[in-house]
Design a protein around this ligand. Structure first.
Ligand SMILES: [Zn+2]
Length: 97
């Protein structure tokens, strides 16, 4: 798993899921039309359609602690650290291969 799905609450107290605004490899920004989000069995899977078209497995796997809210927003900051850490891990892996 890459982390936990995060929520915020709007002014009426309803939960809004916050989705990564960037795909896991950091190659694309994810607009609402560029991602596919599925919540299933306590896991949220968010995949980038552009990467899927390239045949790359680029799915965020996030633990969902609550049922999927009706609404979702994209957050660039929230998952930035996770993406960064992954990019660093990938580059150090490249050096040893
Ligand atoms: Zn992508």
């Amino acid at each position: 798993m890459d982390g936990s799905l995060t929520y915020r609450y709007d002014t009426t107290g309803r939960p809004v899921a916050l989705l990564p605004a960037r795909c896991k490899l950091g190659r694309h920004f994810l607009g609402h039309l560029q991602l596919r989000a599925v919540v299933h069995d306590g896991e949220a899977h968010i995949s980038c359609l552009a990467c899927s078209n390239d045949g790359v497995d680029d799915t965020w796997r996030l633990t969902a602690t609550a049922p999927a809210p009706e609404r979702a927003e994209l957050s660039d900051e929230l998952y930035h650290q996770l993406a960064l850490r992954r990019a660093q891990a990938a580059s150090s892996w490249d050096k040893t291969s």
